[in-house]
Design a protein around this ligand. Structure first.
Ligand SMILES: [Zn+2]
Length: 260
């Protein structure tokens, strides 16, 4: 390849990245008693406008019996257990993964980029939050995002979640990244390898810039962790990193039925 083309490509990549970094530098948080909380995100930067004006935002509250049941193909995850690092970015604890992990969904195949955690859950079911919500963030070949949400509940017998154990052992307490030297038992973060029952709708990122067009898949079957693990994750995110639920505005919320 011509060197100039590479150089121009790298330069536009650098410009694109610095634009991303710049908007990431606008301070936002989850505290609505201050001015940087969720109800004011849309006013913090022109880049964040959709957080205030968007009509297809996430998360949402799922109301039993109001979803449209549909025969959707199972979500088929094919995730590797190798993480690259565990990052505390000041908003969440995030595991960045190496390329190669994928999910097949009714809206196509996506590549896994990273997964992270919210306390409490961002989506709710009949107004009720789960202890945590894991978000597996994917991108398809056209650059469109697809997110799998999994609710984490307290295990009644106090059993630890093996994946969460590794993540918590490696999570930095301040803003930093720790390189992972051990594998994460990622299957422990999924209700099943093939997820049969889930909600599906089109929404947004739940953090600024709140970009829309995100395909959401939220598993109906929960996974479990010990109360201590949920509390440890909660402490790392200062006991709140969940955006309030947003208006549905006439969107169709699908609930998957068996496809066989
Ligand atoms: Zn998230």
């Amino acid at each position: 390849m011509n060197k100039n083309i590479i150089r121009t490509g790298l330069m536009s990549l650098a410009i694109a990245m610095s634009a991303t970094v710049f908007s990431a530098e606008v301070h936002w948080d989850y505290d609505d008693t201050g001015t940087a909380g969720p109800s004011n995100w849309g006013n913090l930067s022109p880049d964040f406008a959709l957080c205030g004006t968007g009509q297809a935002q996430s998360p949402i509250n799922f109301i039993s019996g109001t979803e449209v049941t549909a025969e959707l193909k199972k979500l088929k995850t094919d995730y590797d257990s190798d993480g690259l690092n565990v990052q505390n970015n000041g908003h969440t604890i995030q595991v960045n993964v190496a390329p190669g992990s994928t999910i097949k969904t009714p809206t196509g195949k996506y590549a896994l980029l990273q997964y992270h955690f919210h306390f409490k859950s961002e989506h709710t079911v009949d107004g009720v939050h789960a202890g945590l919500e894991a978000h597996f963030v994917h991108m398809n070949k056209k650059g469109k995002l697809g997110v799998l949400g999994v609710f984490v509940e307290e295990d009644p017998e106090g059993k630890e979640n093996e994946a969460l154990k590794t993540i918590l052992e490696n999570a930095p307490h301040d803003i930093a990244k720790n390189t992972l030297t051990e594998e994460i038992d990622v299957e422990a973060l999924l209700p099943d390898e093939k997820i049969e029952h889930f909600w599906h709708y089109t929404g947004s990122l739940t953090t600024p810039p709140c970009s829309e067009g995100v395909k959401w898949y939220v598993a109906q079957k929960h996974i479990y962790a010990s109360a201590e693990q949920i509390e440890e994750m909660a402490a790392l995110v200062h006991h709140k990193n969940n955006r309030p639920t947003q208006a549905i505005n006439g969107r169709v919320i699908l609930s998957s039925q068996d496809d066989d």
